[in-house]
Design a protein. Structure first.
Length: 571
């Protein structure tokens, strides 16, 4: 079966759809919302244009045209099992730009996202009021990494406002499909058949599923919404240190934290199963010589593994179940990829329609994106600066899509969900629980957990027994003989609630003082290593915000006030 692009008539190029494209053309369809596009990808960059650029709208149109020229597959379309690309003359290319580049005035990303109609084209939206660029595509065209590539190519192309493009030669820039790039076979040996059958069987759980309970408002899906949580630089640093000091795989650790958060919200009463999906970007397996390695196409497949949860399991046990799968990666599955997706399509979408389960499992799915700074051009001098980034996917079922990335030294967890199945507060609670898990069970400095031993309880003091206590006030302290992680919550500050004390890692933030005009917020937790925690704030003014806690080998936090005094230290 020929897999590469061929010119079937003058100006028209075709290749067979890849096994991933074929499957994504099926799973985009949700019977209750055929006018919408399940898993459609949206990537957003908030930008600041240099005045030297001129009219941003015209510059973006020119850049979008360059994206098509350099990566023509963005304008290809599926037809009768193939992907077809027509070169087009200048007038036709201009019509394509007019159809796929849209200026949305008086709108925000939150107002636009979730309300975009189903579209076979890859689209680019410019929101001048918020200075944001949005790239939107059906999933069969793009995976998450491909969406980042498109955004990056678009931003880089702004450097060339008046390119000379001769579209007769653009077909030379077409990228081979993932099937071609990885030489995925379509002739199946008994070994391939067996591997595909085993992979299909792994999708069936052996125990009842652990699921979050939707707050359903309707049997029909509504709009997709988003919530995201940014960790501070200090929190991110502590989490990454914890992962490194424990010798953990970062993505597996984030996945384990998500599962732990689910078990905190819906504690298991028996042995249950969490079907963990691994988003595998197959570009890492593609030879460097292939154009597909950096192509804006679909190159992501899923590996599903069953994680057992019970009343006695916790993050470490989830990590131990996840780590081997992440370590093994996708390489063992390449040979059976096409066979597996054919079997999955027949089992899930006979006659092109779902056989059930359209509501989706109420288990969140994780999509790790890595460090975006390494993937997205952040500045084109004299042209544009990228100030922020976001990515998500449309979900028309009860399935929530959680993405995780790092941008400018800050970790981000983002959740996309359908408004008719989940309330905003519930999703915010899920993200907050993920943060609690990471700060209590993963974030570490010097080998001790941050937060797990230093937790602020409003209106109370939690103490952890230790050999001796000594008040040392504001002086530098050596903490002789203190075991890593020893600490307790100590009530300090005038009228403020307690602040955390932790020998290694971030102290807990001092509580806000709710009464106007009296006293001050609790002082920020004192830290022997790393950053001091921020002090509490006074609501209504009149009093004094607490000073940030000290970090003897780190630095002061200035979030809650000036440098000044800090909470008392005991050891």
């Amino acid at each position: 079966m020929p897999l590469t692009w061929k010119e079937t008539r003058p100006g028209r190029w075709e290749r067979p759809q890849s096994c991933l494209e074929k499957f994504n053309l099926l799973n985009r369809n949700v019977g209750k919302a055929l006018d919408r596009d399940q898993w459609a990808k949206t990537a957003v960059a908030k930008v600041e244009f240099d005045p030297k650029l001129g009219d941003p709208e015209e510059a973006l149109k020119s850049a979008w045209k360059q994206v098509r020229y350099n990566y023509p597959e963005v304008a290809a379309f599926p037809y009768d099992g193939n992907y077809m690309y027509r070169i087009g003359n200048p007038e036709q290319v201009q019509l394509w730009v007019s159809a796929t580049f849209v200026v949305e005035r008086n709108s925000t990303i939150d107002e636009l996202f979730g309300h975009l109609p189903r579209n076979e084209q890859m689209m680019c939206y410019y929101l001048p009021d918020t200075s944001e660029i949005l790239v939107r595509s059906p999933h069969y065209r793009l995976d998450a990494r491909g969406a980042i590539f498109i955004l990056n190519y678009l931003i880089k192309s702004l450097a060339n406002p008046e390119p000379i493009l001769i579209f007769g030669g653009c077909a030379d820039n077409l990228s081979p499909s993932i099937d071609d790039a990885l030489t995925i076979p379509y002739e199946y040996t008994p070994k391939i058949e067996e591997a595909a059958t085993q992979r299909l069987a792994s999708l069936t759980p052996h125990n009842p599923l652990i699921e979050l309970t939707p707050t359903a408002k309707s049997h029909l899906p509504g709009a997709t919404k988003r919530r995201f949580l940014k960790f501070s630089d200090a929190e991110t640093k502590a989490i990454l240190k914890g992962v490194k000091s424990a010798g953990m795989n970062q993505t597996a650790a984030m996945h384990a934290a998500l599962i732990t958060a689910v078990t905190r919200i819906a504690p298991p009463s028996e042995v249950q199963s969490y079907m963990a999906s691994f988003h595998c970007d197959l570009r890492y397996l593609i030879p460097k010589s292939s154009k597909t390695k950096a192509a804006p196409t679909t190159c992501t497949s899923l590996i599903t593994t069953e994680v057992e949860v019970s009343p006695t399991t916790e993050l470490k046990s989830y990590y131990k179940q996840l780590a081997p799968v992440y370590a093994t990666g996708y390489a063992p599955y390449i040979e059976s990829t096409a066979c597996f997706h054919e079997k999955l399509a027949k089992a899930t979408y006979p006659d092109g329609k779902s056989v059930g389960g359209e509501d989706g499992d109420a288990q969140p799915r994780l999509g790790p994106l890595g460090v975006i700074d390494d993937q997205l051009t952040k500045q084109v001098k004299g042209v544009v600066k990228v100030k922020d980034f976001w990515l998500g996917g449309e979900t028309l079922t009860k399935r929530k899509m959680v993405h995780n990335w790092i941008w400018e030294d800050q970790m981000v967890f983002s959740c996309c969900y359908n408004e008719n199945f989940w309330e905003d507060e519930f999703v915010e609670g899920l993200l907050g629980t993920i943060r609690e898990v990471l700060m209590e069970e993963v974030a570490k400095v010097g080998g001790s957990a941050v937060g797990s031993l230093s937790i602020l309880l409003a209106g109370s003091i939690q103490r952890i027994p230790r050999r001796a206590f000594r008040r040392v006030g504001d002086q530098d302290v050596d903490f002789p003989g203190a075991a890593p992680g020893e600490g307790f919550v100590y009530e300090t500050g005038y009228r403020g609630e307690g602040a955390g004390v932790c020998l290694y890692g971030d102290g807990v933030r001092g509580a806000d003082f709710p009464n106007e005009g009296v006293g001050e917020g609790g002082a920020g937790g004192v830290v022997y290593h790393d950053f001091g925690a921020e002090g509490g704030e006074v609501e209504g003014g009149g009093g004094a915000d607490a000073a940030g806690g000290a970090g003897y080998e780190g630095e002061f936090s200035e979030e809650g006030g000036g440098l000044g005094g800090h909470g008392e230290v005991w050891w």
